[in-house]
Ligand binder design. Structure first.
Ligand code: NIG
Ligand code: FE
Length: 410
């Protein structure tokens, strides 16, 4: 199957040879080729160019021609942080928060992650898969072409592996590219309440080996936060992960500054995620670092907590990604276009910075930059075609209703 998209008003994120990621001031540069065409062959980007140089088509066999007159084409979203596999929604907690309870208070009363774990353990693997596949369809239809999905609502070896097997099946069934992250250290399950060290040991000795040896995980994650896992435990789990070939992507500094970020950067974490509360030492550790700073604005919006200080990170030459954090507790939405809008509206990013954060840098935060995140010959043809519009800024401007007309995955 071949596709030709012609009369593209602007082909965005286009590079003959793409960088792996963008940082600091580079993030404000989004290369756009005006009045362009793009050819796709065997699911990959074959070539692109200006309509003025287009020689026409000689071989029309198996060719779908899309006339993108007045529309922009850009790389599909790369959502590098999600918890898309879960058993049930938690709108009761939403009402509790409206009534004045905080996320932490709800968690202390047995809600939150433990609530999700209780529900997930009872659900069959098949039902869990079906629910997740549904959500995956929703997010791919809204423009997501690659997504990281975490475990972390099982909190026992059996239930964590059940989640990871579901993610593996999603990888096999979906046209989207998926990375799996083991997040056994999401919360201490109630049966280990009075013996938390035993739970950390279970993660180290049983869960990580099982996840890695069965090829079920690409990364390891920890919820490094007061009341969840300490900096020392986080580093220990990340270290064990790396012994098993799993690099780390870590939830950190969501509600409290933890002093973990410089250590995680030094330990080679692929990304540190959330970062709503940052101190000067954290920002300087991320300055020029390989570790990507991932902001999750849908979570900030939904919980009413601070937004990641992205301008400070960019001023210090950090590489910033935007992701959804799609999960039933703190961000029940997988809408990347909305994350891009909030990046602009609430975090002061330019449309170019926000789109780069949601494409090329999201790809880097899943280590798939060689095949995703830009419009580059040889990369997977995961693309968004916008509605007719004057400029790409229309995308974040049109908040809450993605101005996306068509999504092509492979
Ligand atoms: O990224 N902070 C930790 N984990 C999720 C929320 C999990 C939940 O509430 O179910 C997050 O916000
Ligand atoms: Fe998360």
């Amino acid at each position: 199957m071949r596709i030709l998209i012609k009369n593209i008003r602007g082909l965005a994120g286009v590079y003959e040879e793409a960088p792996a990621l963008l940082r600091g001031t580079e993030m404000n540069r989004l290369p756009v080729l005006e009045n362009a065409f793009l050819a796709i062959e065997n699911g990959k980007i074959a070539m692109y160019g200006s309509m003025d140089d287009w020689g026409g088509i000689t071989d029309w066999r198996n060719l779908e021609v899309i006339d993108a007159d007045g529309r922009f084409v850009l790389p599909a979203w790369c959502d590098s942080h999600s918890h898309l596999v879960f058993a049930a929604s938690r709108e009761k907690e939403f009402e509790d928060r409206i009534a004045g309870l905080s996320y932490e208070e709800i968690a202390r009363r047995g809600g939150g992650i433990l609530n999700s774990a209780e529900r997930l353990r009872k659900l069959s693997e098949e039902e869990l898969f079906e629910g997740a596949l549904n959500r995956l369809h929703q997010v791919t239809e809204s423009g997501t072409g690659a997504i990281e999905i975490k475990s972390g609502y099982g909190l026992s070896t059996e239930a964590e592996m059940k989640m990871l097997r579901v993610i593996k099946r999603l990888k096999e069934e979906s046209k989207a590219t998926i990375k799996a992250t083991f997040l056994g250290a999401h919360a201490v399950p109630s049966e280990y309440k009075d013996k938390r060290r035993a739970y950390v040991d279970l993660i180290l000795e049983e869960m990580i080996p099982a996840a890695a040896e069965n090829g079920l995980a690409d990364y390891v994650d920890v919820f490094c936060e007061k009341g969840y896992f300490s900096v020392e435990e986080t580093l220990e789990i990340a270290e064990r992960g790396s012994e098993y070939g799993l690099k780390s992507k870590i939830h950190v500094n969501q509600f409290n500054a933890t002093a973990a970020i410089p250590k995680l950067v030094a330990a080679g974490a692929v990304s540190v995620d959330h970062l709503e509360v940052l101190e000067a030492a954290d920002i300087s550790a991320l300055s020029g670092a390989k570790t990507i700073a991932t902001a999750l604005p849908l979570c900030s919006l939904f919980l009413g907590i601070p937004y990641t200080p992205v301008r400070d990170l960019l001023a210090q030459n950090a590489a910033v990604a935007l992701a959804t954090d799609y999960n039933p507790g703190s961000a029940p939405s997988g809408n990347m276009a909305m994350a891009v809008s909030l990046g602009c509206i609430k975090m002061g990013m330019t449309p170019a910075e926000a789109i780069n954060a949601a494409t090329i840098n999201g790809a880097a935060a899943m280590e798939i930059s060689d095949s995703h995140g830009t419009v580059t010959p040889g990369k997977k043809a995961n693309l968004i075609i916008t509605e007719p519009c004057e400029s790409l800024a229309f995308l974040p401007y049109s908040f809450g209703r993605p101005a996306i007309e068509r999504v092509i995955l492979g």
